[in-house]
Design a protein around this ligand. Structure first.
Ligand SMILES: [Zn+2]
Ligand SMILES: [Zn+2]
Length: 335
């Protein structure tokens, strides 16, 4: 029986590489067997580990940002073949509710996302439905492909905004997602990009990725205004700043995950048609766009991946991901 390695949170605060002897299930007609290559660690998983996630709690198998190789396909699979390199959409949608029927799988309720309500992707062998997979050129390194999921979050967010909002744009918060948004804005032809971020190294990266100006929180001149503001933090302070900084007729997008209700200055929003949008995950087509970016080398992952650990050292990988100067930490399942 093959030994499967998997990234487990057996209890609060504990990460380990588990090994299970498991018979490989037969594939359904639309299923694909994958060999996992790389797995990215996401901030939302750190919340699960620490017990701060609203519903996902240890014990659990984690992981939702992956690159993998196809090793076997079901009888009716047509879009991928054995040997293909793929990324996976972690939304295990029901395919039956009104949102799913409209193709907006990210709105399926309750969301069945790998590593949260659904079993995580952090396993050396995986079986997934064909529709969750997106094929990529084999020449793109697996380490780069593991970035497709956060890049899809960024693309989806920017793509939600009206074109006019992209003229002069403010990004608040430059962690992995904020820095991915700065790159998405540049690739998608946004005008002037300004970024607010406390960490000087991340400000430096935001500049390299296309921000014309980067400032620490509190350092933006009082009367600077923007056609669009993306709040990647979603605290009360950043939401207030976002709504205050946007011009009449402009657009604010809440991209960060708020930990509770937030106040917005509704009178000035309503009277001057300042719109507040939100962005939550992505739809399948977003993956195809960002895989194209990765294939063409438009989206830089090299400066964002600060560390790669072998799966055996997964505890150290998670430790590193909690340090302030790390950005994206990857786990390699390659032998
Ligand atoms: Zn994530
Ligand atoms: Zn659904």
């Amino acid at each position: 029986m093959p030994v499967i390695q998997q990234v487990e949170f057996p209890e609060l605060g504990v990460v380990r590489c588990g090994e299970v002897n498991e018979e490989q299930p037969d594939l359904g007609p639309n299923e694909v067997r994958l060999r996992l290559s790389h797995l990215g660690i996401c901030g939302s998983e750190l919340h699960v580990l620490a017990g701060g996630h609203p519903f996902a709690k240890p014990p659990t198998i984690t992981g939702h940002e992956i690159s993998a190789e196809v090793v076997e396909i079901g009888a009716e699979v047509t879009t991928v073949a054995v040997g293909d390199h793929v990324v996976a959409d972690p939304i295990m949608a029901c395919m039956e509710c009104p949102a799913c029927r409209a193709g907006r799988y990210n709105l399926c309720e309750p969301p069945q996302v790998a590593g949260f309500r659904a079993r995580g992707f952090g396993r050396s062998m995986l079986v997934l439905p064909e529709r969750n997979l997106h094929k990529a050129d084999r020449l793109v390194p697996m380490q780069v492909l593991a970035f497709a999921e956060p890049a899809a979050c960024a693309y989806h967010c920017v793509n939600r905004m009206p074109k006019a909002a992209l003229e002069n744009i403010l990004v608040i918060g430059c962690g992995t997602i904020g820095l991915s948004i700065v790159q998405a804005l540049r690739i998608m032809g946004a005008g002037t990009i300004t970024a607010i971020e406390p960490d000087p190294q991340k400000r430096e990266l935001a500049s390299e990725f296309g921000a014309a100006r980067t400032v620490a929180p509190g350092d933006l001149p009082e009367d600077d205004r923007f056609t669009g503001v993306i709040d990647v933090v979603a605290s009360q302070a950043t939401m207030t700043e976002a709504c205050t900084r946007v011009v009449a007729g402009g657009t604010v997008v809440c991209m960060g995950v708020p930990t509770g209700p937030r106040e917005v200055p509704l009178p000035m929003m309503q009277r001057f048609e300042r719109d507040l949008l939100s962005s939550g995950m992505y739809v399948p087509g977003d993956f195809d766009v960002v895989v194209g970016w990765l294939e063409k080398g438009l989206f830089d992952t090299q400066k964002l991946v600060t560390d790669v650990f072998p799966v055996e050292d997964v505890a150290a990988a998670y430790q590193r991901a909690q340090e302030k100067d790390s950005i994206k930490v990857l786990i390699s399942f390659e032998k």
